[in-house]
Design a protein around this ligand. Structure first.
Ligand code: PMP
Length: 413
């Protein structure tokens, strides 16, 4: 026994594959972990970091899942969505977006994130570029890198409310461009593209037939003040042969844990995406698919009620932030995030003598002093800003705003 142990070579240090070596743990998760540790320590931390509605999944959806289990829908389903699930997605696109897809043009996966992952894995090779308007949801760039591609980050500042312009798109396109990635309403900014905003971008795409468009519509139903949501595939049928429209039930129906997202686009792409999924997860959960069918085809009144609740919270947060000297926050059209500028606070000094040099410093100060966790804009590729997720109660938001105001007040010039 001892002799055989002695012959064992010492293990070499762990060596990750090159494709993931440059991908770090998301800053959002790190902040969340730090806030959780402070809470375990007994500190009263308010976390405004998570991209997750605080509402519960509607009861009719839970009931549909329970019924599916009882009837024995507990087996593998068709690889990228059961026929009934794909039919529900077809109905959703017909009803909400006025687009007619065949079931062969639809793919269902374990979250919108997996749909995006499948699409990039199925299409990108070394040297392929994807244009990503910045600030952006961090997973876009990391998935593109894992797939071997190169994210081309295009800085879209507050002047155009963080939206890509046609001139910027035109300048970013190269022969290596495979995709343009758009997200409306956006995580992290809440900005959304109206039909008038999309038109010039689609005109550019029409002139560059090698560039495809991935439209991430996951926040479609969370829009305010009568904003008219539109999706590019509905606006420009001629471009449909190179648009993948991605959506899901996570945000609209408060179903983040169920893991169901879907995509609709050209059949050849959908087939290639199914190959990726067939060698990773296979089908998304049969029970979650039954729940998602009910969410998509059952009563939709829950959407309006929750939208109104989110709108009230948005106004509370935007007004509260703008009342603080040094913070500047535009009023976003959708999603449940604000992306406020904190340039006016940089250079100021904390009560214990630290000078705030960046949005990262400011967010660390808020966590330490105000016990409020928010995410620096640098985590999304844009500084100096910070993102608040307002998917929590008005009471908690009021308390958080009061603490932020007090912490900002305590800064010296
Ligand atoms: N796209 C965006 C812009 C998101 O914010 C998220 C969730 N944070 C997703 C996609 C992924 O959603 P899902 O839970 O369906 O994977």
């Amino acid at each position: 026994m001892l002799a055989s142990l002695a012959r064992t070579e010492a293990a070499e240090p762990f060596r990750p594959a090159a494709r993931i070596a440059e991908i770090g743990v998301s800053e959002i998760l790190q902040i969340g972990a730090r806030a959780a540790a402070m809470r375990r320590d007994g500190q009263d931390v308010i976390v405004l970091g998570a991209g997750e509605p605080d509402f519960d999944t509607p009861d009719n959806v839970k009931d549909a899942a329970a019924a599916a289990m009882r009837r024995g829908d507990t087996k593998y389903t068709a690889l990228d969505g059961s026929p009934a699930m794909k039919e529900a997605v077809r109905e959703k696109f017909r009803r909400d977006n006025g687009i007619e897809f065949s079931t062969a043009e639809i793919s269902v996966a374990a979250g919108a994130k997996q749909v995006i992952y499948n699409a990039f894995m199925a299409t990108l090779g070394t040297g392929d570029e994807v244009i990503v308007p910045t600030p952006y949801w961090t997973s876009y760039a990391d998935i593109i890198r894992i797939a071997g591609g190169t994210p081309v980050l295009v800085d879209c500042g507050p002047a155009n409310r963080f939206r890509l312009t046609a001139a910027q798109l035109e300048a970013a396109i190269t022969p290596a461009t495979r995709w343009l990635m758009l997200n409306s309403p956006s995580n992290p900014t809440g900005s959304a593209y109206s039909e008038a905003d999309y038109r010039p971008l689609l005109d550019v795409l029409r002139r560059h037939p090698h560039v495809w468009l991935l439209a991430d519509d996951i926040y479609e139903h969370i829009v305010y003040d009568g904003f008219r949501f539109v999706t590019p595939a509905a606006l420009e049928p001629a471009l449909r042969e190179r648009i993948l429209t991605v959506n899901g039930v996570s945000k609209a129906y408060a179903m983040t844990g169920w893991r169901i997202g879907y995509g609709a686009g050209p059949e050849a792409l959908i087939r290639a995406m199914a190959v990726v999924q067939s060698q990773s997860t296979s089908n998304p959960s049969s029970i979650s698919q039954a729940a998602a069918i009910e969410a998509l085809t059952g009563p939709q009144d829950v959407l309006a009620a929750r939208r109104e609740s989110f709108r009230a919270r948005r106004d509370l947060v935007v007004d509260g932030l703008n009342a603080i000297d040094g913070i500047d926050c535009s009023r976003p059209e959708g999603a449940f995030y604000t992306f406020a500028g904190c340039a006016g606070l940089l250079g100021r000094v904390t009560p214990d003598g630290r000078r705030l040099a960046s949005d990262r410093d400011f967010c660390a100060y808020l966590l330490d002093e105000a016990k409020v966790a928010v995410v620096p804009g640098s985590a999304f590729g844009a500084s100096p800003f910070f993102r608040i997720s307002y998917a929590t109660s008005q009471d908690e938001l009021r308390e958080a705003l009061a603490r932020i105001a007090m912490a900002c007040d305590a800064l010296r010039n």
